[in-house]
Design a protein around this ligand. Structure first.
Ligand SMILES: C[S@@+](CC[C@H](N)C(=O)[O-])C[C@H]1O[C@@H](n2cnc3c(N)ncnc32)[C@H](O)[C@@H]1O
Length: 417
């Protein structure tokens, strides 16, 4: 199946891989499709697609779901570890980056290939040797590895091939640099915040109709769901803060700006200049026009509300769009009569017995409040402890499996009539 689709991909366009939190792949595919990119293939943890380089940059700048966008450097099959070296040394690395630039390699194995290869660090090391040996033979010097702050970040992705005799191996070059989920509006530390792209995915998975329905986060923490909902309603590109600082202050936040391909191609540079200018103007206009709407955030902890306020201000969103209230969600009435969507991401706790007992009570009382007082709302609860759902005596009408890092989570929906 994988190869059928892959083979049907046009040969002339480059291939890219957009990664995302697991469980959000289909939403990401839709976003890519909406950029008029039709050749896509769903993978675990992302979407492979064929497009022009500039369209891939558009995905990088406008996707709310992608964690990173990578350009495919090579694809080949391997049977044993050494094949990575033999194939890796055939790639012309000196065209991809300069010997003065630092690099790093992350290796990702799917379940079957991790049974076979076990140690992903060794595989990264083998590819690193191939790159270093090639540079040494051509330039008499080798580039340095920097595992923290490399100029060039490579992803080696290995998955079992359909015939199960060999492994499909992909080498990708990360175009993003800093993860795209770091929008730039979160500066203070807050315990257990949602990553911004996961929060956007949760909002997009609700059946919220922004034009007609209120949006409430009843345990808003640092306000990530509220801010992502606002960006969705305002149709503001998720990278807008980076776009603004690139345009106004010449701060260069994306890795592709330092890649040999971008630096050597004036046509791509001109296309990018147009794209960024268009997104900059759009972002500024939309931020100015964004009024006459409200997002409601509750939290029992005043410190959380302070951080939400700070994040809203960092996000350059008008303070007047948000109504924040210190209140216990187990007794809070709806801020407006509805229709609306109420989401929440209750505390996770450490799963110690005592804490778990408190969370059971919290879930139960929250469910009772929804049942009694929140008629005319659709309620969503995102949790990393799905078994706590049993403490809510409401019928779940939808459940979606999502991952917060490696934690398997669920988004539950309840209809309240
Ligand atoms: C996991 S955090 C939410 C994180 C948030 N989604 C974010 O991205 O920052 C859970 C929040 O629920 C709040 N909370 C706990 N019990 C509450 C209650 N009974 N009513 C309202 N908020 C509550 C906590 O203060 C905490 O800020």
């Amino acid at each position: 199946m994988i190869d059928d689709k892959k083979n049907s991909l046009k040969k002339d366009l480059p291939t890219f891989f957009a990664s995302c939190p697991r469980g959000l792949e289909e939403l990401l595919e839709k976003e890519i499709y909406n950029q008029s990119i039709t050749e896509t293939y769903l993978k675990n943890g992302g979407v492979l697609f064929k497009s022009s380089y500039i369209k891939a940059l558009r995905v990088l700048l406008t996707s709310r779901i992608a964690s990173r966008v990578h350009e495919q450097v090579a694809q080949f099959a391997i049977k044993i570890e050494k094949d990575i070296y033999l194939q890796g040394i055939k790639i012309n690395w000196t065209k991809i980056f300069k010997v003065e630039q630092t690099f790093k390699i992350n290796t990702l194995l799917d379940r079957d290939s991790s049974d076979r290869f076990k140690n992903s660090l060794i595989l990264s090391q083998i590819l690193k040797d191939a790159i270093a040996d090639q540079f040494r033979s051509l330039k008499f010097e080798r580039p340095d590895v920097d595992t923290r702050n490399a100029d060039i970040s490579l992803l080696l992705r290995i998955e079992v091939a359909p015939n199960h005799n060999e492994f499909s191996t992909y080498i990708f070059l990360d175009l993003a640099g800093e993860p795209l989920s770091n929008r730039g509006y979160r500066k203070s530390r807050f315990t257990a915040p949602l990553r911004e792209n996961l929060a956007a995915g949760i909002v997009m998975h609700t059946d919220w109709q922004p034009e007609k329905e209120a949006f409430v986060d009843s345990m808003c923490g640092s306000g990530t769901l509220l801010i992502e909902a606002a960006l969705i309603k305002g149709d503001i590109p998720p990278s807008y803060l980076k776009i603004i600082s690139y345009t106004e202050k010449n701060i260069k936040p994306w890795a592709f700006l330092y890649h040999s391909k971008f630096l050597a191609d004036i046509r791509i540079q001109a296309e990018f200049k147009n794209l960024i200018q268009q997104l900059y103007t759009e972002s500024r206009n939309k931020l100015i026009k964004f009024k006459n709407t409200k997002f409601y955030g509750f939290d029992i902890d005043p410190k959380a509300l302070e951080i939400t306020k700070e994040n809203i201000s960092n996000a350059r969103l008008p303070e007047t769009l948000f109504e924040l209230k210190k209140i216990d969600a187990t007794v809070a009435p709806p801020p407006v009569s509805g229709p609306g969507v109420v989401v929440c991401n209750p505390p996770y706790g450490e799963r110690m017995d005592e804490e778990l007992e408190d969370l059971k009570i919290l879930y139960h009382e929250y469910g009772e409040n929804l049942k009694k007082n929140w008629k005319n709302y659709k309620a969503y609860l995102f949790t990393g402890i799905p078994e706590l759902r049993k403490n809510i005596s409401l019928q779940t009408s939808k459940r979606i499996q999502l991952y917060n890092g490696n934690i398997e989570c669920r988004l539950f929906r309840y209809n309240l009539f």
